[in-house]
Ligand binder design. Structure first.
Ligand code: FES
Ligand SMILES: [Fe+2]
Length: 452
């Protein structure tokens, strides 16, 4: 690392170390939300070290299938080769660096660069150069000019992740006990899940930490922010309805809310999925997973840093149809994100169910969905109200601390919850939020070691 960069990081790390105590006490200084220096540090210490979601295996159906994605600010090309292996490369031509593949998805035998026509195969090897022999002579060894692979690519339950750190812990270790809940959401049906359509995406004024926290840790906002859904009788009028169930804190900043109804069960077993699928669920999941899944209404949670999910039922013609949506909050700037949303459904479901479920999803959490709009409004206003000199005052002269005190000393852990993790018997608590922010600070203030 260059000296100036080291000095720059040292200063900001020193400042961040001073907020550790505050975080431990349940406070979160407002200035860190949109601070450009913190954002720079996050690029390196958070997004450069953790597992980033790239896509689902169902998006790459056969040899030659490809999709293009972003890992924060790196364009990525994922391809399935003829052997059925999925590979991920920087989507940048090794000749002059232009974006190699310009489409969102498709199927090709090879990718030819639009600039000077170099061609790469499904394993990222350079296989063709326009007029190669004549213009480059003997010295040009094509094997040295392949695409640059993402250092680590691993998947779990069909979810493909990449990591820029070659020494990172394995994806499975990173997910830890989240795997138990992934198995329920993604592994309950024979044939697994499939992505329908392409991920929707749009730009929003927001900071990635706030959106990640909203999904992973904040059922408390539902009754107020999404009040219109209650008024339309899409959601219950009980102001505590999103609190029932358990908030579960997992390792590495991950967390999940297992929301039930007031009775601790769900009015619709297995999230209202068709009864003829129940024996399949019971065959594919273990006893504890069945206990959780049979009672849950909604799962909502997050994989640190910026992957969130919601598994819920959406109303369509008076009947609720289950669906699973995943979202990546891709940071673009301290006050800007690109939201990517995938819709997923059990492959084993009948087509008619899938169609209705998809419509329900579009009406609620698609780009133009009513609930989505409610959230986006608040996230933009956080930015607006957190960017001025009073709110960004680092000396905290104005007492500008956000409040993460819910459940701090009045909610005890429930040891009887059947799933792994630290479970608390309400979802109106800030346990996951505190854990996420603590892990974030731990990564930001960690010594990098070994860097030049
Ligand atoms: S930049 Fe790709 S062939 Fe020149
Ligand atoms: Fe919301």
């Amino acid at each position: 690392m260059h000296n100036y960069k080291r000095r720059f990081f040292k200063l900001i790390i020193k400042e961040l170390e001073q907020i550790k105590e505050k975080l431990d006490e349940g406070y979160y200084p407002q200035w860190v939300v949109t601070d450009p220096k913190v954002y720079k540090l996050e690029q390196e210490k958070v997004f450069g070290k953790t597992w980033q979601f790239l896509g689902h295996e169902s998006e790459l159906k056969e040899g030659g299938s490809y999709i293009t994605r972003m890992m924060v600010d790196d364009p990525i090309l994922l391809m399935k080769n003829r052997k059925g292996e999925i590979k991920a490369f920087l989507n940048s031509c090794s000749h002059r660096g232009t974006r190699l593949c310009t489409e969102d998805y498709g199927n090709k035998k090879a990718h030819t660069c639009p600039y000077h026509g170099w061609t790469f195969n499904l394993d990222g090897e350079l296989i063709g150069i326009v007029a190669g022999n004549k213009v480059y002579g003997e010295k040009m060894d094509k094997s040295e000019w392949g695409l640059r692979p993402v250092p680590r690519v691993e998947s779990y339950q069909g979810m493909i992740f990449g990591n820029l750190d070659p020494n990172a812990m394995s994806l499975e270790d990173y997910l830890g006990d989240m795997k138990f809940y992934f198995d329920i959401m993604l592994g309950r049906s024979d044939g697994g899940m499939e992505v329908r359509g392409v991920p929707q995406r749009w730009i929003a004024k927001a900071n990635w930490k706030m959106t990640a926290e909203n999904f992973a840790a904040d059922p408390y906002h539902v009754q107020t922010t999404h009040r219109s859904a209650t008024e339309m009788e899409l959601t219950p009028s009980d102001p505590l309805y999103a609190s029932y169930g358990h908030q579960v804190v997992l390792q590495n900043g991950h967390g999940i809310n297992v929301i039930t109804s007031a009775t601790g069960e769900s009015a619709n077993k297995y999230q209202g999925m068709p009864e003829d699928m129940w024996p399949m669920f019971e065959r594919n999941l273990n006893e504890q997973q069945i206990e959780v899944f049979s009672k849950v209404t909604n799962f909502v949670g997050g994989v640190f840093p910026n992957l969130s999910f919601l598994s819920s039922g959406s109303g369509s013609e008076g009947v609720k149809h289950n669906h699973l949506n995943w979202r990546v909050w891709r940071p673009i700037a301290p006050d800007k994100i690109e939201i990517w949303v995938w819709y997923m459904i059990d492959k084993a479901l009948p087509e008619e169910y899938k169609e209705k479920s998809y419509k329900g999803f579009l009406a609620t959490f698609g780009a133009a969905g009513t609930l989505e709009q409610d959230d986006t409004e608040n996230w933009a206003r956080i930015i607006e109200a957190s960017s001025g000199s009073m709110s960004r005052d680092r000396k905290l002269s104005y007492n500008n601390m956000a409040n993460y005190l819910m459940g701090f000393d009045n909610v005890e852990r429930d040891e009887n919850f059947p799933g792994p993790g630290e479970a608390y018997p309400t979802c109106y608590t800030d346990h996951i939020a505190r854990s996420m922010h603590k892990y974030w600070l731990e990564l930001l203030t960690k010594e990098s070691g070994g860097e030049d």
